[in-house]
Design a protein around this ligand. Structure first.
Ligand code: FES
Length: 363
């Protein structure tokens, strides 16, 4: 693993009194791609295969990165064939003394970024945003039940490691859904933690293979599993992370139990779009002075991108707030429930709202 690249102190001092133009940032990055006046960037210092189509990258950020907590996510930006892409990934380990952040990336069908990152060269510099997200184990003695499906395991791995570091001051039980054993990420390490810590147990729930080991279960999330996973833990705190359908099913199954519940979905809810959403509206971009006609049946982010505008974005599903911008006039429509907002706002998330009428946006 390489060591951190020092940034000269004269740069820090100058940066404190002078906001330099982007052109200087450009030349600085030619000297060292990790250096920047203001941008958070990170170098890939290690890459390892975790499971079928799943790779962990160890990223060493520059000095602009303000750190993260276990359970949080970061937006990672990368250029592929001249096009810039940004995607959100969870940290898959707790913060470590080396200052690096580990992300675990799955290659999904048709996904360019996930596929690219499976083989990204060590040494490549990526852009990084500050960490975000609220998923955490509450600081109380109540037992914690973690339910993870697919890539939803990544923030749970960080949380389990953080709990292990603290000696598991509360009982923690993790149920991890995957289609097959070959898709399980860090199963060996989770089993090793469970062996060392009596306060931690893990179940692997397979949906495409028969359960065999004593810590394996089978099938989709149902009350049957929760009876196994929650024997007498009436006041457990439940953390859920997985695709939208998994999170909603967990919410339904747990609805009649007296539990505190925290959930994050890594896929967006279905969009409610109907024939009345056809046509275009006029959008005025106040900062650039441009006026555009955009479609009403797409998210504002997609509709603007279609017109060649590239607003800042990350998760594209309403979690990271990177795409938030001001709206001074006009009505927007939430794509998941069709609720319409007429009031001006400073925080319109372009990725989960569509234009309902002509708009003025602070872009
Ligand atoms: S891109 Fe993350 S909230 Fe819109």
């Amino acid at each position: 693993m390489e060591t951190a690249l020092p940034q000269p102190t004269w740069l820090s001092r100058l940066n404190a009194v002078w906001a330099p133009p982007a052109v200087l940032d450009f030349w600085l990055s030619r000297l060292n791609p990790l250096w920047s006046w203001h941008q958070t960037r990170a170098r890939v210092v290690e890459r390892r295969l975790e499971a079928e189509g799943v790779t962990t990258l160890v990223l060493r950020p520059n000095r602009h990165f303000r750190g993260f907590r276990a359970g949080q996510h970061v937006n990672v930006g990368i250029e592929i064939d001249g096009v810039r892409y940004t995607r959100s990934y969870s940290a898959s380990d707790m913060p470590r003394a080396d200052g690096c952040i580990r992300i675990t990336v799955k290659a999904v069908d048709g996904g360019k970024v996930g596929a690219y990152l499976q083989t990204v060269p060590v040494g490549r510099v990526l852009s990084l945003d500050q960490a975000f997200g609220e998923l955490s184990v509450p600081d109380v003695s109540a037992p914690c039940l973690m339910l993870a499906a697919g890539s939803g395991i990544t923030p749970m791995l960080a949380l389990v490691n953080a709990q292990a570091e603290a000696g598991f001051p509360r009982p923690v039980r993790l149920a991890y859904w995957a289609r097959t054993r070959a898709e399980l990420v860090q199963a060996k390490s989770l089993r090793a933690i469970a062996t060392r810590h009596p306060n931690f147990s893990v179940y692997f729930v397979l949906t495409g293979e028969a359960a065999q080991a004593t810590d394996e279960l089978q099938g989709r999330i149902e009350s049957l599993h929760l009876d196994t996973l929650l024997p007498g833990d009436a006041k457990a705190h439940v953390l859920v992370c997985g695709p939208h359908g998994f999170v909603e099913r967990a919410r339904e199954v747990l609805a009649d139990r007296d539990l505190s519940f925290q959930a994050e979905a890594f896929s967006p809810p279905p969009r409610l779009i109907d024939a009345s959403d056809h046509g275009h509206v006029r959008v005025t971009l106040l900062q650039s002075g441009r006026t555009l006609d955009i479609a009403r049946n797409k998210s504002l982010l997609e509709a603007l991108e279609e017109q060649g505008v590239r607003p800042r974005h990350g998760c594209r599903m309403g979690i990271c707030n990177t795409c938030s911008c001001g709206k001074s006039s006009g009505a927007t429509r939430a794509l998941h429930d069709r609720s319409v907002q007429h009031e001006p706002t400073q925080a319109l998330r372009l990725c989960i709202h569509a234009a309902q009428s002509d708009l003025s946006l602070d872009l």
